[in-house]
Ligand binder design. Structure first.
Ligand code: ATP
Ligand code: MG
Length: 214
């Protein structure tokens, strides 16, 4: 029987994934939120979970250290998707990637006037493509978190970040002005593993597919 490894991140991805795993007959033997283990056994002897940073999931799967993984479209877009088969939109961890600016900033008029904008973001590649497509000149500043702070202290004119309720933006006197793309988490599979371990992977794929909430 083929052994398979599934890469997941803690937090909202794991929360939303647990029901899908259950539908595929897979249950972790330890709770990843409380356990310090990074490799978790499951009720199935041939399936294990590894717990990695959300943005590292595509890398583990690309190199075959994990056969399957679940990662946000934000993360996959930034990674580029090399070596990954992306068969399923799981319709979980849904939000939107948006451009946001301080409440008093007239973004449309700045764009019309051809102003050069300083953009702070964790998503440098995706932001670069978005503004290049719009023909807007930007200087991109890479951050690793708390993007909302950047315009408040003069680091940037605007940010590119994930927005769900908009509460964090509002609390920091920012407003979303443009959607870059809708975001949800996807199943990713190592292309070689899919060929070599299809007998084990296909049933997991089918169970996930049947359990997705439309
Ligand atoms: P870390 O917290 O380790 O730096 P992270 O911030 O990428 O990593 P999470 O905040 O758990 O980790 O986000 C994981 C994924 O969940 C993101 O890549 C994205 O796809 C999705 N996500 C992030 N923010 C939201 C949100 N507000 N609503 C819904 N889904 C979100
Ligand atoms: Mg986070």
């Amino acid at each position: 029987m083929n052994d398979i490894t599934i890469a997941l991140s803690k937090g909202r991805i794991f929360e939303d994934t647990a029901p899908l795993l259950k539908a595929a007959g897979i249950t972790a033997l330890d709770d990843p939120e409380s356990s310090r283990k990074l490799i978790l056994s499951t009720n199935r002897a041939n399936v294990r979970l590894i717990i990695v940073r959300a943005s590292d999931v595509p890398t583990y799967v690309q190199y075959g250290a994990a056969d399957l993984g679940i990662a946000g479209k934000d993360v996959l877009q930034e990674h580029g998707g090399a070596g990954l088969y992306q068969p399923l939109d799981l319709n979980i961890a849904c939000c939107r990637m948006m451009v946001a600016v301080p409440e008093g900033f007239d973004y449309d008029s700045a764009v019309r006037q051809g102003a050069r904008l300083r953009i702070a973001t964790k998503y440098v590649q995706t932001a670069r493509e978005h503004f290049a497509d719009k023909g807007v000149h930007v200087d991109l500043i890479k951050l690793y978190g708390s993007m909302e702070l950047a315009p408040l202290v003069g680091l940037a004119d605007a940010i590119v970040d994930l927005v769900s309720s908009g509460n964090t933006l509002r609390a920091n006197h920012l407003k979303a002005v443009e959607e870059i793309m809708p975001i949800s988490a996807r199943l990713v599979i190592n292309q070689a593993a899919l060929k070599l371990k299809r007998d084990t992977i296909q049933p997991v794929l089918d169970a996930f597919s049947a359990a997705i909430k439309k």
